[in-house]
Design a protein around this ligand. Structure first.
Ligand SMILES: [Zn+2]
Length: 529
C-alpha cells in the first residue's frame, strides 16, 4: 500500500511552501539571516494551520548541514532524519500525554546533554497547554537560563491556557486560519499533481467545510476521492460532505419569497431525510441570504459572492423579492438559531422554529411613522388608564373587562429590554407570548404555541424570566407560564399572523396588543411581525 494521506504527503518542507503565514515566515527568516534565533518559540492558532509543520521546518532550517539557512537542502542526513521524525536531537513531545512534573524533569535533565550530531537540540512540544501547573513551573528555570544551542518550540491551540510566566519567555507567533481561497488553491494544486478530476465548485465546498484548517480540508478531499475515485463530480462532493446543493437553496429561497411555512418545513425535512447535515444547511442558507443581499446592494456582485454554487441570474431575480433589511433580519434570526443548534438535543426543532420566524419578517418601518405611531399609542394608553401610575404590572382597578388582564406596556418594554440585554438568545421566545396581569401580584405569560412554552418552562429559563420580571417590577410577583387559549391552534404556531387592514374596528384587546407591538417596533429595534 503506497497510499499516503494528503495532509502528510503534501506537508510543506520549506518556509517558501508554507501557505497563509507570511508574517511568521518573514520574521523567522530575518532572525535566521541575522543569526538572532530565540531559544524559545510559542506557536498558537487553530488546528491544521501549520504550527507543527513550521516547527519541523524551523528544526531543519537550524540544523541542515548547509545551514542555518532559510532554504534547507532537504537531502542531507539531518534534513532527512528530521523529515522522517527520527533525528535524535529533534524531539517531538505530545504535551497532552506527557503533561506531568516527572516528564518535565526528565526533559530538563535531558536538555543538559550536548547534541549528538546536530547543531541545535530542539524540543517541539505540541499541545503545550495540556502541561500541568507544576510541569510549567519546572520548565521555567530552564527557559530562563537555557543551555546554549537548545531551542524550545511550543505549539498550542489554546493560547489562553499558557501561563504568563511562560509567554514572557517565548517569542510568540499567532498562526492565522487559512482563507477559503488559499485552501482551494492548494487543493487544486494537489488534485492537479495527483491527476484527480474535480471542478472548482467541489473544491470550494471542501474548503468551506475545512473552515480555515488546511489539514481538515485535505482529509475531506481524501474522503471524497476515496468515495468517487479519480473523477469527482459536485454530487459526490455534496454526498460525502453532507451538504445541500445550490438547487435546494434556490428552492428554499423561493418558498421564503412565497412565505409558505409548511413548504419551507418540507424542504428541511427532505434535507434531514437525505441524511444531510442540518447545521451545514443552516450555514448554507445564511450564506445564500448574504449572497442575495450582495446582489441587492452591489451593481457588480460577482466578486462578492462567496459560493460558486450560486446561479447569478436566479439570485438576481430572487433578490428583487426581498427588502435589504428583511434579508438582514433573516440572517440575524438564523445566526442565532445556528448558535442554539449547537447547544440543544433538538437541533431540527430549533431550526424549524427559526424558519417559521423567517416568514414573519417585514421591512423596517420609516422612523417618522414609528414616532407618529408611538405618540398615538401613548394617547391610547392614556385613554385606557386616565391617570397613569408609575410602572406597575397591572392597570388601575375597575377597567373594562378585556383590559383587566392586560399588562402595562411600559413595564413589558422594560422587561423585554432587560431580557435582550442579559440573554439575547432568549428574547425571541417572548415574541410569541402575550403578557397578562390579572392582579398586582401576578403576571401571566401566554404563549402562542406549546413548543415555545415548553422551552421557556425549563427550570433555568423559568428562573431567568422570573428574576427579570421581579427586578423590573421591584416587588414579589408570581410568574405563570401558560398556553394562550386564543392562539392555541396549529395555525397560530405555524403561520405568520396575517394582519388585516381593519385597524380601527377591532376590540379593546387587539388595540392593546398593537400598542405593545408599536412600542416594541421602536424600542426592540426589529419589526418581527
Ligand atoms: Zn540539509
Amino acid at each position: 500500500m503506497d497510499f499516503q494521506v494528503s495532509a502528510r504527503k503534501w506537508r510543506p518542507q520549506k518556509f517558501s511552501e508554507l501557505i497563509g503565514q507570511e508574517h511568521i515566515v518573514r520574521t523567522l527568516s530575518n532572525a535566521i539571516a541575522m543569526d538572532r534565533v530565540s531559544h524559545a518559540f510559542l506557536f498558537s492558532g487553530t488546528r491544521g494551520v501549520g504550527k507543527t509543520t513550521t516547527a519541523r521546518i524551523l528544526a531543519r532550517v537550524l540544523n541542515c548541514e548547509t545551514g542555518p539557512t532559510v532554504d534547507p537542502c532537504g537531502t542531507c542526513s539531518l534534513c532527512r532524519e528530521i523529515t522522517a521524525g527520527n533525528c535524535i536531537d529533534v524531539q517531538e513531545i505530545d504535551g497532552a500525554s506527557n503533561n506531568g512534573v516527572a516528564e518535565a524533569r526528565d526533559l530538563i535533565d535531558n536538555v543538559q546533554y550536548a547534541t549528538s550530531s546536530a547543531r541545535y537540540k530542539i524540543y517541539i512540544i505540541d499541545e503545550v497547554h495540556m502541561l500541568s501547573k507544576s510541569a510549567f513551573n519546572a520548565l521555567l528555570k530552564t527557559l530562563e537560563e537555557p543551555p546554549p544551542r537548545v531551542v524550545f518550540i511550543f505549539a498550542t491551540t489554546e493560547l489562553i491556557k499558557i501561563p504568563e510566566t511562560i509567554l514572557s519567555r517565548c517569542q510568540c507567533f499567532e498562526f492565522k486560519p487559512l482563507s477559503n481561497a488559499q485552501i482551494t488553491k492548494q487543493l487544486a494544486l494537489i488534485c492537479g499533481q495527483e491527476k484527480i478530476q474535480i471542478d472548482e465548485k467541489g473544491l470550494v465546498e471542501i474548503s468551506k467545510i475545512g473552515a480555515g484548517s488546511m489539514r481538515d480540508a485535505q482529509s475531506l478531499l481524501d474522503q471524497v476521492i476515496a468515495y468517487s475515485g479519480k473523477k469527482v463530480d459536485t454530487d459526490s462532493v455534496e454526498a460525502v460532505l453532507g451538504i445541500v446543493g445550490g438547487t435546494t437553496l434556490e428552492l428554499f429561497a423561493q418558498r421564503l419569497i412565497q412565505r409558505e411555512p409548511s413548504e419551507l418545513i418540507t424542504v428541511v425535512q427532505d434535507v434531514v431525510n437525505q441524511g444531510k447535515d442540518l447545521h451545514l444547511f443552516c450555514q448554507s442558507v445564511m450564506e445564500y441570504l448574504r449572497n442575495l443581499l450582495m446582489v441587492k446592494v452591489s451593481s457588480s456582485p460577482e466578486t462578492l459572492l462567496n459560493a460558486q454554487t450560486c446561479n447569478l441570474e436566479i439570485l438576481k431575480k430572487q433578490a428583487k423579492e426581498f427588502h435589504a433589511d428583511e434579508l438582514q433580519q433573516m440572517f440575524t434570526i438564523l445566526s442565532r438559531a445556528e448558535m442554539e443548534m449547537k447547544n440543544t438535543s433538538l437541533p431540527q426543532m430549533v431550526f424549524e422554529m427559526a424558519i417559521l420566524k423567517l416568514t414573519e419578517t417585514r421591512p423596517f418601518k420609516k422612523i417618522d411613522d414609528l414616532i407618529r405611531k408611538i405618540n398615538q399609542a401613548e394617547s391610547n394608553v392614556q385613554s385606557i388608564r386616565p391617570s397613569p401610575p408609575p410602572p406597575s404590572l397591572s392597570p388601575p382597578s375597575s377597567p373594562p373587562r378585556s383590559a383587566a388582564d392586560s399588562f402595562d406596556p411600559a413595564a413589558w418594554i422594560k422587561i423585554r429590554q432587560e431580557v435582550s440585554r442579559q440573554r439575547p438568545d432568549f428574547d425571541h421566545y417572548l415574541d410569541k407570548c402575550q403578557p397578562l396581569a390579572p392582579n398586582e401580584k401576578e403576571i401571566q405569560l401566554a404563549f402562542a404555541d406549546s413548543f415555545t412554552l415548553e422551552m421557556v418552562k425549563t427550570l433555568e429559563n423559568r428562573k431567568f424570566i422570573e428574576d427579570v420580571v421581579r427586578s423590573v417590577s421591584g416587588h414579589e410577583v408570581r410568574v405563570t407560564l401558560k398556553l394562550d387559549a386564543a392562539a392555541d391552534s396549529p395555525a397560530a404556531a405555524s403561520e405568520p399572523k396575517k394582519k388585516t387592514t381593519n385597524d380601527g374596528g377591532e376590540n379593546r384587546q387587539k388595540t392593546e396588543s398593537e400598542i405593545i407591538q408599536d412600542a416594541l417596533d421602536i424600542f426592540g429595534g426589529i419589526v418581527v411581525k
